[in-house]
Ligand binder design. Structure first.
Ligand SMILES: C[S@@+](CC[C@H](N)C(=O)[O-])C[C@H]1O[C@@H](n2cnc3c(N)ncnc32)[C@H](O)[C@@H]1O
Length: 505
């Protein structure tokens, strides 16, 4: 083993590492000057600031006699420079062979400068670096990698949606057995096919793959192949790629190509932003990150033991919507598609139309002061969108980022004088065969859904502010007391979930 790591960090190493990082930033500035924003977003080119590349480089753990690396979608080489800088800084003299794969001509030109500088600086510190620039599609790995396998893949992959009929998506699925709705996930999947057993994948990506139906197949495949070792979360989204206005919540993680063992620990760090040191570090067993029995392999990212506890508590509840004989639907009225049926509250021939703004947890109020048209005209075309008037549970599908709660639910009680009711598309509706549920059930469900426990549970797996019907379908629920009147529900039961804040202290 040629890894020589000393605790003493000599100041010239720090200076050299800093120079490489500065070079990365200046090459990226040049790239951004040459490729305008439109072109960059068309090819998913959002470069990594050097501080983030530094973090990514520091997560790489050389294990063997050499370090065979791929920088996937290398851009101008920011991650490669971050890695070499980190090895120089850590005084790790393992010979490095690195393949840099990129499609954009401008980036490829700048990449040549980056590799030259990296090699020269590394050599001055006894570190041998061999580079190979590959001009081509990373996903076409058999073409550029042949049978070669690697120890580490680093990436900040391009973000681009792939539709179900997209030829690239089909090609990736065909070649690698990975089905994914976004190019960034394809990159992750392809990387897993290039790594040796025990190899390491270190990436910065949007958090969207960690939950939801779209990425379910992708997650199942990923979790079949790899295990999380480190995850870095950021309190403030949008800061990482400030210059490129990327609005996604992003995470940095290190995965290892191995199946998780029972006691494997994952370190989840939380940082205020990419410039800050972690202010929270939580070590958690892998089975709390991905529940072994979860068929959709949601990836929970609890940042503290209280959050881990909340997730486990919800997971161990006895019921789900199916066992409670309940269904969840998004409100069928898409207002801009039914313009002619929209009217004001109480207009003749109309029924109430309920928007998220009508949800005033734990109730639903109608009408409320708003510019929205709160009436919906009943006609042949609109009848199928209506629900029989009666109690339902309504949950906002989106909450504003500044709202304290992610999950906001209200009991809808029948508004007098109407046989039907209309729900707008931004609300989720809990119903029984598209018919009302009991008021007592609605009240118990809303108390549960508005609890601290559920809110924490949602935040663990979702970085977005959406509450999807699919999330509610897979969530566990408490058993409900079946009575005709809420007054018959035992007060202890009614409060058991509403008052869970203590548990999360
Ligand atoms: C998000 S940028 C990251 C660039 C660089 N790694 C960094 O961290 O600054 C993704 C890069 O992937 C490149 N790219 C897009 N599609 C690609 C593909 N199919 N194969 C290889 N590179 C690709 C883009 O040109 C872009 O430079």
């Amino acid at each position: 083993m040629t890894v020589i790591e000393t605790t003493r960090t000599d100041s010239s190493r720090l200076v050299a590492a800093e120079q490489l990082r500065r070079l990365a930033d200046s090459l990226n500035e040049e790239l951004e000057r040459t490729n305008d924003r439109g072109r960059r977003s068309g090819i998913g080119q959002f470069t990594t600031p050097s501080e983030v590349a530094r973090t990514i480089g520091s997560l790489v753990e050389p294990k063997g006699r050499t370090l065979r690396v791929v920088d996937a979608g290398a851009g101008t080489g920011a991650l490669m420079l971050g890695l070499i800088a980190s090895l120089v800084e850590r005084n790790i003299a393992v010979p490095v062979k690195i393949d840099l794969v990129e499609t954009d001509d401008v980036a490829l030109r700048l990449l040549r400068t980056a590799t030259q500088e990296a090699k020269t600086t590394a050599a001055a510190y006894g570190l041998s670096v061999e580079t190979r620039i590959v001009e081509g599609d990373f996903c076409d790995a058999p073409r550029w990698a042949g049978n070669r396998r690697f120890d580490v893949v680093v990436m900040n992959p391009p973000y681009m949606k792939l539709g179900s009929g997209d030829p690239s998506r089909r090609a990736i699925l065909h070649r690698h057995g990975i089905d994914c709705p976004n190019l960034y996930a394809a990159f992750l999947g392809v990387a897993t096919t290039l790594l040796e057993a025990g190899g390491q994948l270190v990436a910065i990506t949007p958090r969207s793959f960690t939950n939801g139906l779209y990425f379910a197949n992708f997650r199942k495949e990923l979790m079949n192949r790899a295990t999380f070792r480190r995850v870095i979360l950021f309190d403030r989204r949008n800061r990482l790629f400030k210059a490129s206005s990327v609005l996604q919540e992003t995470i940095i993680f290190s995965l290892q190509m191995t199946r998780p063992l029972r006691d494997d620990l994952v370190r989840v760090e939380t940082r205020a932003d990419h410039l800050s040191e972690p202010h929270r570090v939580h070590d958690v067993t892998h089975d709390k990150i991905v529940f072994p029995r979860d068929s959709q392999k949601y990836i929970n990212l609890p940042a503290s033991s209280a959050e881990t506890l909340a997730t486990s508590q919800v997971a161990s509840l006895p019921a789900d919507l199916t066992s409670l004989c309940l269904g969840v639907s998004t409100g069928p009225v898409v207002d801009f598609r039914s313009r002619e049926a929209l009217t004001s509250a109480g207009a003749s021939g109309s029924v109430p139309l309920i928007y998220p703004t009508n949800i005033k947890a734990p109730r639903v109020e109608w009408p409320v002061p708003t510019t929205k048209p709160q009436g919906f005209i009943v006609g042949d075309k609109t009848e199928r969108m209506l629900f029989p008037n009666g109690p339902y549970v309504l949950i906002k599908r989106f909450t504003a980022k500044e709202e304290r709660r992610r999950v906001v639910a209200g009991v809808y009680l029948p508004i007098k004088g109407y046989d039907y009711i209309a729900f707008e598309n931004h609300v989720n509706v809990l119903h029984r065969n598209r018919s009302p549920i009991k008021e007592s059930e609605a009240v118990q469900l809303v108390e549960f859904l508005n609890s601290e426990l559920v809110d924490t549970y949602f935040r663990m797996f979702s970085g977005s502010t959406q509450v999807n019907a699919s999330d509610l379908r897979r969530m566990r629920f408490p058993q409900l007391e079946s009575t005709d009147s809420i007054h018959e529900v035992h007060p202890a039961n009614r409060l058991s979930f509403a008052d869970t804040a203590d548990l999360l202290q």
